[in-house]
Unconditional design. Structure first.
Length: 123
């Protein structure tokens, strides 16, 4: 049996909830639910970061939250009660996805909204 848990008000839980819902919206088998993905971004990203992310997407031609053209087959959010939380996306098929991207998300300490996201140093 698999178990998933979280804590109200916890930034790691909030970011994991955001990623789970965002990946589900973008990877819906019926086709991407762009309306839900947009609403999630509006709810969980600060306006200033959303603007910077949109500019990054125009320049790089990929989804800025996922840092990819496609949807990861797995994702993981690691962190404690910190403003910086590691997000790992795994892409590829089969039982052992091969391509991984590591991002560090920064959260506002009061509202728990994402204020920045960058590639993890060294990766």
């Amino acid at each position: 049996m698999r178990s998933i848990s979280g804590r109200t008000g916890n930034p790691v839980t909030r970011l994991a909830d955001f990623y789970g819902a965002y990946v589900d919206a973008k990877g819906d088998t019926e086709g991407p639910d762009t309306r839900s993905a947009k609403a999630l971004r509006a709810h969980c990203l600060t306006p200033a970061f959303a603007e910077r992310l949109a500019a990054w997407e125009r320049k790089n031609h990929v989804d800025g939250v996922l840092r990819a053209e496609n949807v990861p087959v797995q994702w993981k959010v690691n962190g404690r009660y910190s403003r910086e939380i590691l997000v790992t996306h795994s892409f590829g098929g089969g039982e052992s996805p091969t391509v991984k991207t590591n991002l560090v998300a920064k959260l506002d300490p009061v509202h728990r909204d994402v204020t920045d996201m960058r590639a993890k140093s060294g990766h």
